[in-house]
Write a protein that binds this ligand. Structure first.
Ligand SMILES: [Zn+2]
Length: 512
């Protein structure tokens, strides 16, 4: 902190000059160090170890697309299973409750037997995976959730501690994690709901007798307990506090899309109700493979359900997995409409993956629509490479950027993928020869499209010019003007963005 203040004092003479000239156009100045960082990046971009060290320090804003049970580190899952006395089926590597019988080994063996440990890790993640005639990356990836489900279902606070610690250490400041609370109770409730094309009638069925309100209350209490426990695990408030304690976290309810319509609709209603009742729950998303039999059959139906519920509720945001498809995985006509339907009918404010976009009907017009509506693409490059085998110039990442569609990097299931946000930045930097200014835009985009309360720091979406209250301030300055301070105090999102600009200033002083 002391170094930061000294650094700022040293900068002030230059900054005042820059500030004076910038006032003529009403734009806060670029920090003098930005061009120096560009030069530094050019010296390390072909040196993977130094590039990784540089990108690890880069302020990366938020990870907006991460599934809690797929993000937890595989080694953490092994430790949790061992501590619980669980067993691993040797036939399918599924973790199950102990005591162990024939054809099973104690999960604890994976802590002591290196060969068994390596085998478990390769079964529960993409470590060392090579696609073969026997199993595709897609199938190996999604099968991992079933193998570890008995561990992940009972350890949400430990998983939160794991992923937030990792994120904080990589200079992320925000996470929207996808998780399913009270899934069993919601599924049970759905069994009494009959599918009805009249969504208003089905909606009344879901809310009848107040059972859903009870489930929402239970989810809120569970969230309170989880948050208290993960903070305890991370040592928050103590001298040994993990960098994860500084993370702002929000939750996205996962709706399992490969279920019957009554269950999907009930789960959607629950997601909307959860957001109304508790501001920590900001959105809902549809999960499970988009190419699943029911997911495909009911795709348009699900979008219409969301359109109806969007009109019935005010608070929840919508982000959707859409276009996580490639030719060969589904019939050609399935590649032509998912992203557009998600945006136009399902009212998605963000779209996850969106990899098959160049197969959509009139895709340039779709991209222009996404740019006009500021629909952001959540792009997990490693996940796309592993599940869909799409990467490099075959990936639409550069096309989205050339159409000015907002796009941010994300990790998806960093535990299963054996990646992290730093490696996603490294992949993007290397594959697309990104410059430091591009990396800054990716990070800014992630926070700008976060479903966090309050107004943004900027004049408008995807316009990184400060809003009026802070227009005359040096971005990220430690002591903003009174009007800017008041604005930041009243708007959590703007405050987080301000903190990120401060982190950029600090980063640029180090690397220029
Ligand atoms: Zn995902």
């Amino acid at each position: 902190m002391r170094a930061l203040r000294t650094g700022l004092a040293g900068l002030s003479v230059v900054a005042v000059g820059l500030l004076a000239s910038s006032l003529l156009v009403g734009v806060a100045p670029a920090v003098a160090g930005e061009s120096g960082v560009e030069r530094y990046l050019d010296t390390v971009r072909d040196d993977p170890a130094r590039l990784d060290a540089f990108l690890r320090e880069l302020p990366k804003g938020g990870d907006l697309h991460t599934h809690l049970s797929g993000a937890v580190t595989t080694e953490t899952l092994i430790a949790l299973a061992a501590a619980d006395g669980m067993c691993v089926n040797l036939a399918d590597f599924k973790a199950v409750a102990g005591p162990c019988g024939a054809g099973q080994r104690p999960a604890a063996d994976a802590e002591t037997d290196p060969a068994f440990r390596a085998e478990v890790i390769s079964q529960w993640s993409m470590e060392g995976f090579r696609p073969s005639a026997g199993q595709s990356g897609h199938d190996h990836f999604f099968a991992a959730f079933g193998k570890t489900g008995a561990i992940t279902s009972g350890h949400r606070p430990e998983m939160l501690a794991d992923v937030l610690d990792k994120a904080g250490r990589q200079h992320e400041s925000y996470m929207e994690t996808m998780t399913t609370r009270q899934g069993g109770a919601v599924f049970e409730l759905a069994q009494g709901v009959e599918f009805n094309e009249d969504f208003a009638a089905m909606h009344r069925q879901v809310l009848a007798e107040g059972r859903l309100a009870g489930i929402v209350a239970a989810a809120r209490a569970e969230t309170d307990r989880d948050e208290a426990r993960y903070r305890e695990l991370l040592g928050c408030g103590t001298e040994q506090a993990s960098p994860g304690c500084g993370m702002t976290v929000r939750y996205i309810h996962q709706v399992s899309r490969n279920s019957e319509p009554n269950a999907v609709f009930t789960s959607m209603v629950y997601g909307f109700e959860l957001a109304e009742a508790d501001g920590r729950n900001v959105a809902l998303n549809l999960v499970q493979p988009e190419d699943g039999e029911v997911s495909l059959r009911d795709y348009r139906l699900h979008m219409r359900m969301l359109a109806y519920l969007r009109g019935a509720y005010g608070k929840a945001h919508i982000t959707l997995h859409a276009g996580e498809l490639v030719p060969g995985l589904v019939k050609p006509e399935e590649l032509t409409y998912h992203i557009r339907e998600a945006v136009e009918v399902g009212r998605a404010e963000r779209v996850g993956h969106a990899v098959d976009v160049l197969h959509e009907d009139d895709w340039p017009e779709l991209m222009r629509l996404m740019r006009a509506r500021h629909v952001m693409v959540e792009s997990p490059l490693t996940s796309n490479a592993q599940i869909l085998e799409v990467s490099g110039w075959e990936h639409p990442f550069p096309t989205y950027r050339s159409f000015d569609v907002p796009i941010a990097l994300a990790t998806d299931d960093e535990g299963i993928s054996r990646t992290d946000l730093t490696r996603e930045y490294a992949r993007a930097t290397t594959d697309y020869r990104l410059r430091y200014g591009d990396l800054k835009t990716l990070a800014r985009t992630s926070l700008d499209h976060a479903f966090l309360d309050g107004e943004r720091l900027w004049r408008g979406p995807d316009d990184y010019t400060p809003a009026t209250p802070c227009a005359r301030d040096q971005l990220g300055a430690p002591e903003p003007s009174a009007t800017c301070r008041a604005f930041l105090d009243a708007n959590a999102k703007a405050a987080l963005q301000w903190a990120q600009e401060a982190a950029f200033n600090n980063f640029e002083r180090r690397y220029s």
